[in-house]
Design a binder for this molecule. Sequence first.
Ligand SMILES: Cc1ncc(COP(=O)(O)O)c(C=O)c1O
Length: 383
Amino acid sequence: MHKEKLLMTPGPTMVPPSVLETLGRQIIHHRTKEFRNIFKDLNDSLKYIFQTQNHILTFSSSGTGAMESVIANLFSAGDKVVVASIGVFGDRFAKIAEAFGLNVDLISVEWGKAVDPQLIKQKLDDDKQNEIKAVIVTHNETSTGVTNDIKAVGRIVSKTNKLFIIDAISSIGGIDIQADNWGIDVIVGSSQKALMTPPGLAFVSVSPKAWEAHKNSKLPKFYWNYSAYRKGLEQNMPDAPYTPAVTLMIAQNQAINLIKEEGLQNIFERHKRLAFATQAGAEALGLKLFPDKAVSSYIITAIKAPEGIDTEEVRKIMNQKYDIMVTGGQQHLKGKIIRIGHCGYVDRFSLIKVFTAMEYALKESGYPVELGAGVSAVEKALY
Ligand SMILES: Cc1ncc(COP(=O)(O)O)c(C=O)c1O
């Protein structure tokens, strides 16, 4: 019997039925009043989610494309930026900046830990020549299941003339991010995680300080040129410079309707409760968290492999036998951690299913499990 896979990964995540329904509709043309109304709604709603008055640019792209757009649009070759990396995606931002000829001062933090905001403060205090143009931080490092304290970093960076740029691809709409209150100049987000829409849209919010940097940027850009997107947004009714991913934008609008119905604060609370329940379930099975508990993410929980157990084997059983997909470790963490995404369209029953399948799979991989121990802890935590 073919069963629908339950994706409990950090993205793509499950898409709610009313959003799926929009994906099967006939296409509409983007140079019409109908589309412009849809685009206006999307822009207004994104401001609610990003908690900003700044323009938010929408790209037909995955998150990485939008990360690249940030570098191409705000800098020139040779510019110095501080990148705080706590895993795969922080490293990626540094690599993109290097690919464009920027001078990257990398703060490389041990995987499983968050960056200490004081390290960033120190870098900025030491910058007597005023060379640093920006501080780039991953909000939620999906590869390790760690969330950085961007509010604290914002307090430091916003007092300077540097830009504060965050990758919030896996957290926007799932964990509280207050762009304007916390002094965040640029936020990169994407559709396929907490925003409950298929992959293919990426969003970048741009503060007035970042628009100033854009004016001075000399790196080559055409499709990604922010000026073209801004011009479209500043018309009476917004317009997109090139053919946009119309269907995905309609789907994203519907997903945002659901977000508004539930309310952002309730959504943040739901993710937090799901995270604490996942931690409780893991502990009840004698499993340890990979990150420090204090910085463990609310949208993805990374759990260490028990002694002698290969998490790739556990994942394979969960996927092939029980139709539940979670993710494993990346790079040197392959086989060593299992990452359970609890992001977007998930509730207590999704998590109970995951723990049922994980208990079976662990048992079948040779780990002694008292069936029901994890499930019971999850159930109690979410009651
Ligand atoms: C924190 C973070 N940054 C960047 C990316 C890359 O996004 P994409 O795969 O959409 O290009 C991801 C994807 O998982 C992510 O979680």
